[in-house]
Design a protein around this ligand. Sequence first.
Ligand code: AMP
Ligand code: MG
Length: 349
Amino acid sequence: METRIFHITEQNMDEAALAVAGEILQKGGLVAFPTETVYGLGGDALNPDSARRIYEAKGRPSDNPLIVHICRIEDMYPIVREVTPRALAIAEAFWPGPLTLILEKSDRVPYETTGGLDTVAVRMPSHPVAAELIRCGGGYIAAPSANLSGKPSPTLAKYVVQDMNGRIDAVIDGGEVGIGLESTIIDLTVEPPQILRPGYITREMLEQVLGQVDVDAAILEGGGDLVPKAPGMKYRHYAPQGDLIILSGEESKVVDYINKAVPEDVRGGHKVGIICTDETAGLFGDAVIKAVGTRKDEESIARRLYSILREFDDEQVTRIYSEDFESDGLGQAIMNRLLKAAGHRIIYV
Ligand code: AMP
Ligand code: MG
């Protein structure tokens, strides 16, 4: 299959190209597109064949449900059993934006899209290209991240092309995404509501609208016996090809540990990479050093993290050390993704 590339940005909303891409979706084809979180791999959420194609293109296990993307709040009504008052309140507070709601599904949504579950994940993205493509594509677009299963989510179209060229009908290149981590997922079918995946919208922000909000214990602990409630969170994920090890502890001890480990790794035949911050970038010896941003601006760290993991792959790095990050606010989402990318290998120094 030949994959077409369209260039569509907020500044250049090519309506003709969007109409073509929308028609591909309506006919059951797949189109990758930018959202404010990461690039999504879109297919018609109400067409079981499209859902099957998405799983096939990604190599994703079919028990891992897809998020249904909409472009108007009212479009939520036909696909869920009931829009509860708190679902409406939270949608009005955070949509369009990086928040996914889990609600009971209606019969309109095929089980292929929900991975066999009776619940459905719904999100209304704020990226103008995404919103317009969803409208042109019929209003209900299933869109997991546009990477091969297990790899870091793409924050640039070139990484979508790397993974998906020849596997899908089209890619919309809309430049670099703004947030860089997937949406926060909140389950509204339980009491109190529960965060299944941390993201840009934090627990503190959600509690202002909903009152008490819990966090799925499995995403905080991880690596143990607890099974995460979002089926996708149980897989090793976001992973670079090199083995990744996180160092946790006082900054100077982390730096010392890495500086001692690197020469040994190099002697053992490794090409070593380091994920550090602007604050520590000058403190390391000879390695592929990548500063992910400054600790004073976690948003810059979120935006850079996945592309750094991809760059290590491009440079064939075989071992990666990373500093750790805060465990609350946006830092919680960053640490959650980093831990999963590392298969939960963390060394306390
Ligand atoms: P992605 O589309 O790659 O961002 O992944 C979607 C995430 O949403 C996965 O972790 C899924 O397991 C999760 N998800 C989607 N639908 C549901 C649902 N109905 N219940 C719980 N988690 C869900
Ligand atoms: Mg994903």
